[in-house]
Design a protein around this ligand. Sequence first.
Ligand SMILES: [Zn+2]
Length: 163
Amino acid sequence: MPRARSAAAADGAVGAAAHAHALALVALHAPSVDPANGDARRLRRLLAHELAHVLAAERTGSVKRLGDGNRGMRLAEWVDEGFAVNLAAAVTAEPGIIDSARSRASGVPMSDDALAAAFRDLNAPERSSAFAIATARVWRALQAHGLAFVFEHLSDPERWTQR
Ligand SMILES: [Zn+2]
């Protein structure tokens, strides 16, 4: 059985989801560590976001481990993050999150390679734009194809992306 401490992927400073074949783990900062998490709605959104990562990993047969360069992941990081943001916004009924991402992504050109690079580097200046673009792309796919289809084909975004 995999050890929990070897299977973790930080999601910025706010939370983490880990997934191995026999174990899934979500970790969030308690309000005593991050007072912003005293906001129950924010905490629900973060929990939904991290659970979306676990579901995506489970669906695609991925394994997340800290520091392995996402070797075990079978979906692109932009797909993983875009899916998690969309699912969390739906769970907490906060469409403003999607509206804001779509507005920020509009007219911002970013190649797939640049998108991948921005997600690999936690300090990349383009990281915020990358999240917005990923969120907007997955949102468009969800509108066009529905959640079941997108979830079924998370590893194969060519089937549902329209650039
Ligand atoms: Zn995430």
